[in-house]
Every structure is written in C-alpha cells, then in structure tokens.
Write a protein that binds this ligand. Structure first.
Ligand code: FES
Length: 220
C-alpha cells in the first residue's frame, strides 16, 4: 500500500495540451523579415505606383492630343483660303476708271458700289463734302434688299440717289441714309490701292454705315 502511495505522489503529471503548445511554439524559429532579402515585395510596390502614374499620364496625354487634333481640324476647316468673290478681295479696276463726281459703278461679284466723291457736289444727295473713293455694300441695312443707284430718282427736288426698292430707304452718293426704315447708313468696305492705281476691295472687311460715311472716302 505504501509503495503504491509513493509511486502516486512522485509520478510527473501528464502534460496538458497547453504545455504541449508552449513547447512547440518555443521550438519554432522565427526570423525577422529582412527587407533586403525580399526585394520582390518592395519592387512590386514601386512598380505599382509607377504603373499607375504611367497609365494616368498616358490617359491625359491621349486626351490632350485628341482635343488638340479636333481643334486643329476645326480651325483648318474654318480658315478661309483663296476666297474669291464676295467675302474676299475683289478687283475694282483702276483709279483712272472713276471720274470725280461720276455715277457710282456696281461690282456684282463683290456686291458693292464704288463712287468717286467730289467735294464740290454739294447737292443733298451728293458727296457730303467728301473726296475720294468709297465702296458701299449694296445690301440694304434694313432687311437686306439690293439697293440700286437711280440717277433719275427725285427726292425732295434733287435727282440721283441710292433708293431701296423694298421699303424706300434712301441714301446719298456717300451712302448716308436720309429717309426710310433702314436703321443706319449703307455699310462700307475697305479699299486698297496699289502703286499702279489698281483697286482692290476687301469685301470681307465691312464697317457698319453711319453719318461719318463721307469721312471714310479714300483720296486718290
Ligand atoms: S430692305 Fe431696304 S428699306 Fe427695307
């Protein structure tokens, strides 16, 4: 009986599951990660950032180039080239073709009348004291009818006026409105004269008509 009791008191207790885990854990070797030893991890992070940057840069550059191309195409399409006739330069003969104070001449291609104003033509429908060439757009500023020069038209006892057939707006030889519903005088166009006296009218360069029309005459 005594031996059995001693044996019971000196025998080591069976290991518990917790002790077994502790022993297993303490036997494990845990290595501290060495960043230098795992370059792949570090490199992939850098790669990821640079890839994102690259994709973003590619996107914005592509978008920018597309927009630039579209704008360039539009500008190229709208840019006037070799415009002929109305809207561009139209030859209007030579200064010798226009007698001072003579009847205005029509240039259908450029849609204008050309007159050589004589400051001595002081009648109501005359030059308004101006001297030189003036190019008048034949389009009536009221509703756009073509305005003819009518040498026999009598307005208030004076003959020779621009007279619109649509609603009767009446203008002097310098294109100054004196009667009718037109909101302003006839519009004028830019005149260029070269050294040989050849005249070119820039029909795309139009100035709205006004009482100062006579002052726009180009002396020759
Ligand atoms: S369009 Fe010339 S007066 Fe009306």
């Amino acid at each position: 009986m005594t031996n059995e009791t001693e044996t019971e008191t000196t025998a080591a207790p069976p290991p518990t599951p917790t002790d077994a885990w502790r022993a297993a854990l303490s036997s494990r070797k845990t290595e501290v990660a060495n960043p230098g030893a795992v370059p792949a991890a570090a490199v992939s992070a850098v790669d990821d950032v640079s890839r994102r940057t690259f994709i973003r840069a590619s996107f914005w550059s592509g978008l920018g180039l597309t927009l630039l191309g579209s704008v360039g195409t539009l500008v190229d399409y709208l840019y006037p080239r070799n415009v002929r006739g109305f809207g561009g330069p139209v030859p209007a003969g030579n200064v010798k073709d226009f007698a001072k104070g003579g009847e205005p001449k029509q240039f259908a291609e450029g849609q204008f009348w050309m007159a050589n104003l004589d400051p001595a033509e002081s009648r109501p429908g005359g030059s308004g004291g101006a001297e030189g060439l003036i190019a008048l757009w034949r389009k009536c500023p009221h509703l756009g009818c073509t305005v003819p020069w009518i040498s026999g038209f009598d307005y208030e006892g004076d003959k020779g006026w621009f007279r619109c057939p649509c609603h009767g707006s009446t203008y002097t030889k310098a294109g100054v409105r004196v009667f009718g519903p037109a909101p302003r005088s006839m519009d004028t166009m830019k005149i260029e004269i070269d050294g040989a006296g050849n005249i070119t009218v820039q029909t795309g360069s139009i100035t709205l008509g006004g009482p100062d029309n006579p002052k726009r005459a180009t002396k020759i």
